[in-house]
Design a protein around this ligand. Structure first.
Ligand SMILES: *Cc1c(COP(=O)(O)O)cnc(C)c1O
Length: 396
């Protein structure tokens, strides 16, 4: 593409909808169920199988998935939970919904993932029982080494929620050489995903919790529907066929059947989409690695194996000195790069809870230079070349 030519806007991420996806939604619209019907369970089963977990619970969005998790784990106003400031705010907010305290911990600058050594230091500085849980995030699609987190969590009696929104299809290799898929429930108690349009699998709004724990699974199902159960085995009383029981305070976090039909259809192309993302990352890597003035965000070594990379590439992040300059320059050329993320502790809401500039120097330094370049399966080779050309033109 000649750089002077007009081209359509290039966002940092976007959904990919095919005729098959549309047909699947239309078919469900013509069926008996608009809200929860057979497609919900079908999507849950297909998704659980995809990530290698025993159970999956679909819900209205990724934020609801997080809230279901903190409720199921019994987070309350006594709970203190550790998470990263470099994430979407929902990873932290889910603790606040239950009245708990969020304690951010700084990142590892090489990967922008929560720094396990800093988490360990925090845990060791307090008595056992002070903290309740950890919410690590597979940021950008780079899988967290959950085996290490599990060891640490077990030493201190903590639960783990893996925020895997960026990493469906991602994996790391554990100390036994086994491939561990993000969200497979092997090490984390619960994992969550989002089906927001910029994520790998899009349903518009949508989310999923995965787990290998049957008790948590039953609890999630109940909390998703008002705290109501219809299972006679779980009820305290039974007045007849109509009877259902509200046993605790839950919510309506259900996802409609037609969105699950879209999810099922999208999931069938998940591997192809992931392969395309990895291909795009390779092209960026070749263009920017060792390029003066550009730092490519690193991949954790456990995510790399002989087969390639377990990085799921929701985002492709570079760091530059003049980030606002590059951001504006790209916008002028119709390239809508984005910043992930404004550190959560610098948001006014968290500042009002006592956080301030300077609390997490690595996160703040990362934020000062980071920029997410366009990364989605339908990005064309031509468009990507144009992006690379413009980035290099600006950085010089
Ligand atoms: C998208 C996202 C969420 C929230 O998902 P929604 O479906 O938008 O509610 C939570 N955490 C992370 C890391 C995300 O990227």
């Amino acid at each position: 593409m000649n750089s002077e030519q007009q081209h359509r806007p290039i966002p940092y991420g976007r959904q990919h909808i095919t005729d098959d996806d549309i047909a699947a939604v239309v078919e469900t619209l013509q069926s008996d169920f608009l809200t929860q019907g057979p497609k919900v369970f079908e999507f849950e089963q297909a998704f659980a199988e995809y990530v290698g977990a025993k159970y999956a619970v679909a819900c209205s969005n990724g934020t609801a998935a997080l809230h279901l998790c903190t409720m199921a784990l019994g987070v309350n106003k006594e709970s203190r939970v550790l998470t990263t400031p470099i994430t979407f705010v929902a990873s932290a907010n889910c603790v606040r919904y239950c009245g708990g305290t969020v304690e951010f911990t700084d990142i590892d600058p090489k990967t922008a993932l929560l720094d396990i050594n800093k988490v360990r230091q925090k845990l060791e500085s307090k008595t056992k029982g002070y903290y309740s849980g950890i919410i690590p995030v597979d940021f950008a699609g780079n899988p967290v080494n959950l085996e290490e987190y599990r060891q640490l969590a077990d030493e201190h009696g903590l639960w783990i929620i893996e925020d895997a929104c960026h990493a469906p299809g991602g994996y790391f290799t554990d100390s036994k050489g086994e491939k561990q898929m993000c969200g497979n429930g092997r090490y984390a108690d619960l994992a969550i995903f989002s089906f927001h349009p910029v994520k790998h699998i899009a349903t518009g709004e949508g989310g999923m919790v995965t787990t290998n724990d049957e008790k948590l699974y039953q609890e999630l199902l109940k909390l998703r529907t008002h705290g109501i159960t219809r299972d006679p085995n779980l009820m305290e009383e039974n007045h007849g066929g109509w009877y259902m029981e509200m046993q605790e305070l839950g919510y309506n976090y259900r996802i409609p059947d037609m969105l699950c039909a879209l999810g099922i259809s999208q999931l069938q192309r998940a591997e192809a989409g992931l392969a395309r993302r990895k291909g795009i990352a390779k092209v960026y890597d070749n263009a920017f690695e060792n390029y003066n003035g550009i730092t490519v965000l690193g991949t954790s070594p456990e995510a790399l194996d002989a087969e390639g990379t377990g990085h799921a590439y929701h985002l492709y992040v570079i760091q530059v000195a003049d980030r606002i300059g590059l951001y504006d320059y790209l916008r002028r050329h119709n390239i809508f790069a984005q910043v992930h993320y404004i550190p959560a502790h610098l948001m006014p809401y968290y500042r009002n809870l006592g956080y301030k500039q300077g609390d997490y120097p690595e996160a703040e330094a990362y934020y000062a230079g980071c920029l997410s370049l366009p990364m989605y399966p339908s990005l064309t080779q031509e468009e990507q070349e144009f992006v690379i050309e413009k980035v290099k033109e600006f950085v010089g």
